[in-house]
Design a protein around this ligand. Structure first.
Ligand code: GDP
Length: 499
């Protein structure tokens, strides 16, 4: 027995296929409508599924035709499903002369008519049963295969999902490793940069130290040579006071170039022929001339109010000095107004307000350069207006620009650069460079009580050509304020024991 299943677009096509495939003796076991497979099948026309069979024996073309089969099917077989009768259609029923072509006839022929002879054939019935059983088995197999297929598919999906997760984890792990690597590299670069900077600073310090040592050594050699010269030449004996003077000024931290200039001037005036007192008196004159006449605040009645602004590094004593000057003028019967732009430190504002309260003065706070003109205007009834500013770091460009803008906007009658006298020679140079943008200013030195560094004062005047004004020597307001005492500064410079 051969059983075949055909799925065609209509019954006509199915029968044609059955006939071509199994021959004219084939019988139709079942036929039903089926939906085409796949999602799109839902929208297509149903197909016809036909199961056809042929006994091996009958399959031979020259044998019996269907009507000549020896054993008709039984009238009723309880194991055989009823529709099977309908399905059991002989394909090769004799064609009457007047009938339409054979294929059409298959289609039009009622199934009941063909099924009738089968009910009397027991062999055929058994075969039908077998076919049904086989069909059932095939269906079972089909559904099993389907399940297996679906299980394999879902396993595959799970595997893929697992793989995806693993891949994502790996990518995450790799990214974390890369980030850690990057951070380590950045840290290392930072460490190396810091090490380089430290090295550079150490090298710079060493160079400076070496230069200073060289300078001292050169001077010592020079002095020894000159002493030797003096010893060999009795006429030049007066060179010794000059050498002593050079030594003292060197000890006072006076700029080496300035020392040479001072010595030149003394020599020009015959200093090399003078004794020690004469040389030192001459030196005092030269130094006094170099320091110039101090210029304190001078009020001009016509030019009212007189405005003075105080600039300089933080902590040098600007606010305290400003309070001292304010007190001094108040005691002399002048009206003084105060402005503070030192808003970076709350304490600075409070400090000035406290002084203002004690002295019963008006005080105005300005927060930006744009407000200074208005503040000055608001205090225009005063004889003198003193403006306090914040010390700025030369490394902070924004603060520096703001300070420049403030000085320019204030357009004060006088600018005061306040420097602490305990500042080193090199640091004073840096401060002078930083404030070089102020065109006209006076030098004001504080804290002379802490460090009578007269050399620093002399250097500043020599390097800037600006006049001296006041000096302060203590924290007490208003007592510890003086107009710069040039005589004292010179005495301090020439006194070998004063430092
Ligand atoms: P500013 O930041 O420049 O305004 O400085 P301040 O006026 O706030 O002063 C800083 C510190 O220096 C304060 O403790 C003052 O009392 C102190 N000071 C100010 N002038 C002198 C001075 O001439 N001698 C001494 N020894 N200390 C002073």
């Amino acid at each position: 027995m051969k059983i075949r299943r055909y799925t065609c677009k209509d019954m006509q096509e199915a029968l044609l296929k059955v006939k071509i495939d199994l021959g004219s003796e084939a019988v139709i076991m079942s036929s039903k409508k089926v939906k085409p497979k796949g999602f799109l099948g839902l929208f297509k026309k149903p197909l016809i599924e036909v199961v056809a069979a042929i006994d091996d024996e009958y399959a031979r073309p020259a044998r019996l035709n269907y009507n000549q089969r020896p054993m008709p099917a039984p009238a009723y077989d309880p194991y055989r499903p009823q529709p099977a009768q309908e399905r059991y259609v002989p394909v090769s029923e004799p064609v009457p002369e007047q009938m339409p072509p054979r294929n059409d006839r298959f289609m039009e022929r009622p199934v009941e008519k063909a099924a009738a002879p089968m009910t009397e054939n027991p062999v055929q019935t058994r075969e039908n049963q077998k076919i049904s059983e086989l069909e059932g088995k095939v269906k079972n197999l089909e559904s099993m295969l389907n399940k297996i297929y679906q299980a394999v598919q879902s396993n595959k999906a799970a595997e893929t999902e697992g793989e995806d997760k693993e891949t994502a984890k790996e990518a995450e792990r790799q990214a974390a490793a890369k980030e850690a690597e990057r951070q380590a590299a950045a840290k290392e670069a930072e460490r190396q940069a810091a090490a380089k900077e430290a090295e550079r600073l150490a090298a710079a310090k060493e160079t400076e130290r070496q230069a200073a040592a060289k300078e001292v050594l050169e001077k010592a050699v020079e002095i020894i040579e000159e002493i030797e010269d003096d010893n060999n030449n009795s006429a030049a004996i007066s060179k010794k006071p000059l050498l002593e003077l050079r030594n003292i000024l060197f000890e006072k931290d006076v700029e080496p170039k300035l020392i040479e200039k001072i010595l030149e001037k003394i020599t020009e005036r015959g200093g090399h022929k003078l004794d020690r007192d004469e040389v030192f008196n001459l030196a005092a004159k030269v130094l006094t001339a170099s320091l110039g006449e101090p210029e304190p605040i001078k009020l001009v009645e016509k030019n009212k109010p007189h405005v003075a602004i105080f600039l300089g590094p933080t902590g040098v004593g600007k606010t305290t000095t400003l309070a001292k000057i304010a007190a001094d003028f108040t005691f002399r019967g002048k009206k003084v107004g105060l402005i503070t732009a030192d808003t970076y430190r709350i304490a600075a504002v409070e400090q000035l307000k406290t002084y203002a309260e004690i002295l019963n003065l008006q005080v105005t706070v300005v927060y930006s350069p744009g407000e200074i003109k208005e503040a000055i205007e608001s205090l225009k009834d005063n004889d003198l207006i003193l403006i306090d500013t914040a010390g700025r770091s030369h490394k902070d460009k924004q603060h520096f620009d703001e300070l420049k803008a403030l000085v320019s906007a204030a357009d004060a009658d006088e600018n005061y650069l306040v420097i602490s006298s305990n500042t080193s020679r090199i640091a004073v140079r840096e401060i002078l460079e930083y404030y070089a943008f102020i065109k006209n200013y006076k030098l004001l030195f504080t804290k002379l009580d802490e460090s009578p560094a007269a050399g620093v004062i002399l250097n500043a005047v020599y390097l800037t050509g600006k006049p001296l004004s006041y000096t302060t020597a203590g924290q007490s307001v208003p007592d510890d304020l003086d107009i710069a005492n040039v005589e004292q500064i010179v005495a301090s410079l020439l006194n070998e024991n004063s430092d």
